[in-house]
Design a protein around this ligand. Sequence first.
Ligand SMILES: Cc1cc2nc3c(=O)[nH]c(=O)nc-3n(C[C@H](O)[C@H](O)[C@H](O)COP(=O)(O)OP(=O)(O)OC[C@H]3O[C@@H](n4cnc5c(N)ncnc54)[C@H](O)[C@@H]3O)c2cc1C
Length: 397
Amino acid sequence: MSSPRAHDVLILGGGNAGLSLAGRVRRDGCRDVAVVEPKDVHQYRPLLSYVASGMATLADLSRPQDDVVPDGVRRYRSPVVSVDGERSIVHLADGTELGYGDLAVCPGSEVDWDAIPGAREAVGTPSASTSYLPELAAKTWAMLSALTSGRAVFAVASRHVPCFPVGLKPLFVATDHWRRTGVLDAIDVELVVESPRLVDDPRAERELLAAAQEYGVRIRTSTTVESVDATDRTARLRTPHGVDTTHYDALYLAPPHRAPGWIAQSGLATAESDGFVAVDPGTLQHRTFPRVWGLGDAAAVDAMPSGGALRRQVPVVARNIQARRKGTAMQQYDGYSVAPVTTSRSELLLAEFDRERRPEPTTRLVDLARPRRSLLLFDRYLQPPIYWRRLLQGKVS
Ligand SMILES: Cc1cc2nc3c(=O)[nH]c(=O)nc-3n(C[C@H](O)[C@H](O)[C@H](O)COP(=O)(O)OP(=O)(O)OC[C@H]3O[C@@H](n4cnc5c(N)ncnc54)[C@H](O)[C@@H]3O)c2cc1C
């Protein structure tokens, strides 16, 4: 048997995590880096919230994949179907087998429609939508902006949802729009949040609750959407007090996510990691296979998944690959994550926190947890070019 082609560092998934790590490892001097990424179009997913808020288009967030893969990094186009951690081999759908010195597993997560029976059917109707799928993001704003009376229900899950508080962006931009167009009083706005809090930063939480109160939004926390009936336009809710049903004229969903099935089928998950890559949340090293690393939305890192979290995770994995090879001390990821949330069409706040819910602001010069116009302009217009030109090239810190 011939041995498979091998790469010094092999990365599964060329999204935010995979390309940032590829760029970083290349910049650190590794000459043989390869990425497996089947999608020919790379999307900057944070802008999906702005598409769903009528403030961006899909074209604004899309670039040809080959234009953004860092120079010198080889790309494989066939998707991964399994990983053999014992033999250190990755199997691709086209039959290719790849070996590796170190392997980074970062294929992201996917919407889990099975977790909410009826939700998939509902988003196929004009009365329900989500910003979490590119094909539905523009429809979300069409639905919300067309509403002039009735009940709008915004349901934000937290089960593995990437950066779940950004599910509040369409809510606050829509309520601002309804107020400006004089129909807010005719719309009953209900926010259903699975988490006990809107966001894991007490100061940002206070600001968001104040904004919601100003718009007259009714909030239910610790409440899960159990199922949706698209015909009756109702959602069945599991609240701390029992089961309830709510009617909707417009339903926005930030739906639960799950890991790609091949992670667990390849033995890279454990019962505790719920199908996600079982890594040490500090070092990001796999719990069973020391040459395997996990980061991004696909990894069980005991912190809220977000693009901002990758600014900390990518350098940790890059350095720990070196540390493992040299036998030196490893670095730790502290669970930092970030959620930028609009409070209107013109203002945004930034919630930054670690895995203990301790605020971890990037700067103390200004209070980023207060809504500001400058923050919205940064998030909408400056962050995307930074993503394309710097973050994806591994210039992450
Ligand atoms: C609507 C929305 C809004 C968001 N807003 C924000 C925000 O404002 N701020 C923020 O910090 N974060 C935000 N996020 C979260 C952020 O986008 C993610 O945390 C980040 O993209 C995670 O990067 P990743 O590389 O782990 O996953 P992804 O970016 O999903 O990339 C995974 C890649 O793996 C590839 N892949 C999948 N399966 C396979 C396979 N079998 N073989 C090979 N490749 C595979 C996919 O094609 C994809 O390119 C948002 C996310 C969404 C969906």
